[in-house]
Design a protein around this ligand. Structure first.
Ligand SMILES: [Mn+2]
Length: 460
């Protein structure tokens, strides 16, 4: 705010995907700064003469309340095109689609669905960075995009830079979205190409994929650490999983990964997860995630507040930050063990189909489902198949840290899975779920290779 006021002093301030308060608007307006807000959040501020608010939540005429920031910005540019007799809005449909998909906008809204489908069409993918992602020949992207690929392959790049990147890296990322990112040359930061000039987009792609790897490595380390704590302290008996990590046992960078890791643990343990780090003054602070589909845990933030044992609980009902004094940690865990004594926290995994891997028909069913892989996304989840009794002999199966099980049968056809008889799944699969929740099983059939995302569970 101060920098805006004293240094930048714009005549017009455009605020996409966020809003301010009337007081903030008035303060800026008084300085001669006019404001354009392009937002989708539920806010009551309507703006005024010098502050124009465009917000799909505020107009009864705009039916798609699920449209997120990128979509509202696009609609604004579309009207701008009309008023000025120009045609630029559609040039950025690829970014609009990536923005909406990354923002987990609901695909059941027809407008959202159309924008994502249209924007991800091959001919529309003109943004230099998005093209770079396609050209980089990532086997998970394979030259084309759909909402799921955006969620798992593209948006993590953006997230990693925003979470752990420097200001320069963030700026580079932004510039790599602009038209001239292919022609503009910058010095390469690659140690093997010292002094060489490379297209900005190439350098940006290198930087952001590095950021993602850095984040993944940190995250893996933190997961391992937490896994050890859970096992050695037998925490999985508790109704609420509270993992408090002492000073010296973690690295400072782990702090801003707590939320991500909570999410991962959530899919396995299906109960509130609290990850806390010790501070210099002996208190513990960190992140909380609670399952939104379990009635007992609804508005878990309020429940923590009600315990009277915490220092603060700030954020959303099911995703928030928490601080607690070390002397209250045990009572806090006990408080919820008592409170939920009647609640069974044994994880339940929901799936759409339960199948026996030895069923010769199952290969065709999975293949059929995989034909729709470009349609799944938020609100239209990919069907989950619970696959049991996958034979473990005579084929290679190994787990990679990426959470992908590579499974190939020696005859290259999944209907051959049954040839060696059923072997029930064992502990390592449970561990996979801990790491990944769901994961992909590459399948081979006479129609070629395809991917099916499955839950693999022990069937007793
Ligand atoms: Mn938003």
């Amino acid at each position: 705010m101060k920098q805006l006021r004293d240094i930048v002093k714009p005549a017009l301030l455009i605020i996409p995907d966020a809003s301010g308060t009337n007081m903030q608007y008035a303060a800026l307006n008084d300085l001669g700064i006019e404001i354009l807000v392009l937002d989708h959040h539920h806010v009551t501020e309507l703006g005024g003469l010098k502050t124009i608010v465009v917000n799909n939540q505020q107009s009864p005429n705009y039916l798609n309340k699920g449209l997120t920031g990128a979509g509202v910005v696009w609609q604004f540019t579309r009207i701008l095109d009309e008023k000025l007799g120009i045609q630029f809005a559609d040039d950025s449909l690829d970014l609009v689609a990536v923005g909406l998909a990354a923002d987990v906008a609901d695909l059941r809204d027809k407008e959202t669905r159309f924008l994502i489908k249209e924007g991800l069409k091959q001919a529309r993918l003109t943004c230099p960075l998005i093209q770079q992602c396609l050209f980089a020949n990532d086997y998970k992207i394979q030259g084309s995009l759909n909402p799921i690929k955006v969620t798992f392959q593209i948006s993590p790049l953006f997230n990693a830079v925003c979470r752990i990147g420097s200001l320069e890296e963030k700026e580079l990322l932004f510039q790599s979205l602009l038209d001239d990112a292919n022609s503009k040359l910058v010095p390469s930061g690659n140690r093997n190409k010292k002094g060489e000039m490379v297209p900005l987009v190439v350098e940006a792609y290198r930087v952001i994929t590095n950021a993602r790897s850095r984040q993944n490595r940190r995250q893996d380390k933190l997961m391992e650490l937490i896994d050890n704590v859970i096992q050695s302290e037998e925490l999985s008996e508790d109704k609420v999983l509270l993992i408090a990590i002492d000073k010296g046992d973690f690295e400072e960078e782990h702090r801003n990964l707590a939320g991500l890791v909570c999410n991962k643990l959530q899919s396995y343990y299906q109960r509130p997860i609290i990850i806390l780090f010790e501070n210099d003054n002996g208190t513990y602070t960190g992140s909380v995630r609670a399952p939104s589909d379990v009635e007992a845990f609804s508005d878990f933030r309020q429940q923590c507040e009600d315990s009277g044992l915490t220092i603060y609980n700030s954020g959303h009902p099911a995703a928030f930050g928490l601080g607690i004094e070390s002397k209250y940690i045990n009572s806090f865990v006990q408080y919820f063990n008592d409170r939920y004594s009647n609640i069974d926290v044994a994880p339940t995994y929901y799936c759409d189909f339960i199948a026996d891997a030895n069923d010769p028909e199952i290969g065709f069913a999975i293949e059929e489902i995989s034909n729709y892989s470009n349609d799944w996304g938020t609100g239209l989840p990919e069907p989950l198949i619970c696959l049991g009794y996958i034979p473990r002999t005579h084929h290679s199966s190994y787990i990679r840290r990426t959470g992908v099980i590579r499974y190939s049968s020696p005859l290259g056809c999944i209907s051959e899975w049954c040839t060696n008889g059923p072997t029930p799944f064992s502990h390592f699969i449970m561990h996979m779920l801990l790491l990944a929740g769901t994961f992909s099983v590459p399948c081979h059939s006479h129609h070629g290779n395809f991917l099916a995302r499955c839950y693999l569970l022990p069937l007793s």
